[in-house]
Design a protein around this ligand. Structure first.
Ligand SMILES: [Zn+2]
Length: 291
C-alpha cells in the first residue's frame, strides 16, 4: 500500500491498528492521518507481509499457482508472527481467506462498475474500541473529527447512488469493508434506541433522508433497501439502485449551491464537471435535454 505513515512520538495511550493492543504514551509509533497509529514493529511486519501477498497475487494472475501459494504462505506466516487481539485488530483481513467468508448472498468478489462496499453508515469501530479500552483522551481526539468524517462518508455514498442512477445501476453493500470483510450492521444499529420500530427501518429512513438532501429528489422507484443475513448471523444491507430511464432527468449531487452530475467509471464515482463532456454524456444517455 502506498500510504504515508509518519514516525511520531505517541501523544496519549492508544490502540495499534495492526495488533489491536495498547501503545503507551511517548512511545515512537507510525501514524497515518485520519486512521491512527501502529507499533513500528507491527508496521514493518505488516508491510512486508502485504508485499509478499501482492507478489503471490502476481503469480496467481499469470497462472503460476505453485509460486503464488508459496508467497501467500510466507505472507500468512509472517503476519501470524504478530500477536494480535482479534477483536481489536484492524488488519485481520490479511489472514482471512476468501473462502472462509460464508455468505448466503452472491456478494461480488470486488468493487466494480456496479458494486461498492461500505463498512458502515455512521458507526466508527475504532472509537468504540478505544472507549472499551477506556482510552478516553484518544476517544476525545477522534470524536472531534468524527462528525466531519461521517458527513463526508455519507456524501461519498450518495455520490455512488447518483453515479449508478446516471450510469447503468448498481449496488452499495453496507456492512462490508472495502477489502470484502463482513462487518455487519450491529455498529450502526447500536445508536438506534427507538424500540417501537424495527432497527432496519430506522436505519434505512436515516439513509434515505441523507440521499434526499444531496440529490434533492426522492428516487423511491429506483432505490431499494434489501436486508441479507450471512451464515454467521451478521446482517448486511444491499442498497440496489436502478438506472434512470432515458426519458428521465439526470441525477445531480447538490452541495454548496452547486449541482454536479456523477457517473460510474469502473469502481469510481466521477464528477462530470466539464460542460462539454457532460453534454456528450447526456446526449448519449438521456433523450430529455430540457435543462
Ligand atoms: Zn501493534
Amino acid at each position: 500500500m502506498n500510504v504515508n505513515w509518519v514516525r511520531i512520538q505517541n501523544k496519549y495511550d492508544n490502540l495499534c491498528l495492526i495488533c489491536g493492543k495498547i501503545v503507551k504514551r511517548r512511545e515512537w509509533v507510525d501514524w497515518l492521518t485520519d486512521n491512527g497509529i501502529r507499533h513500528v514493529d507491527c508496521g514493518e511486519i505488516f508491510d512486508e507481509a502485504e508485499l509478499l501477498q501482492l507478489k503471490a497475487l502476481g503469480y496467481f494472475v499469470r497462472g503460476k499457482y505453485e509460486d503464488g501459494r508459496e508467497f501467500y504462505k510466507k505472507a500468512i506466516n509472517l503476519f501470524s508472527s504478530i500477536k494480535i487481539d482479534p477483536d481489536k485488530s484492524r488488519a485481520l483481513m490479511v489472514v482471512t481467506d476468501a473462502e472462509e467468508i460464508e455468505l448466503d448472498i452472491p456478494i461480488p468478489q470486488d468493487e466494480d462498475e456496479h458494486n461498492e462496499f461500505k463498512d458502515s453508515w455512521e458507526f466508527e469501530q475504532e472509537i468504540d474500541d478505544l472507549r472499551r479500552n477506556k482510552l478516553f483522551d484518544a476517544v476525545k481526539e477522534k470524536e472531534q473529527s468524527s462528525l466531519q468524517r461521517i458527513k463526508s462518508k455519507q456524501l461519498d455514498i450518495t455520490k455512488s447512488v447518483c453515479a449508478f442512477l446516471n450510469a447503468q445501476g448498481g449496488n452499495i453493500w453496507l456492512g462490508i469493508s472495502d477489502r470484502r470483510e463482513v462487518i455487519g450492521l450491529d455498529g450502526d444499529y447500536s445508536s438506534i434506541n427507538n424500540s417501537n420500530k424495527r432497527k432496519f427501518d430506522v436505519l434505512t429512513q436515516k439513509i434515505s433522508n441523507v440521499f434526499g438532501k444531496y440529490l434533492q429528489k426522492n428516487y423511491a422507484l429506483e432505490i431499494h433497501y434489501i436486508p441479507h443475513q450471512t451464515k454467521t448471523g451478521k446482517e448486511i444491507l444491499q442498497i440496489k439502485i436502478d438506472a434512470l430511464n432515458q426519458m428521465d432527468e439526470p441525477a445531480y449531487i447538490h452541495v454548496e449551491g452547486k449541482k454536479i452530475p456523477y457517473v460510474r467509471k469502473h469502481s469510481s464515482d466521477m464528477p462530470l464537471n466539464d460542460p462539454e463532456e457532460w453534454y456528450h454524456y447526456r446526449i448519449k444517455r438521456f433523450t430529455n435535454l430540457k435543462s
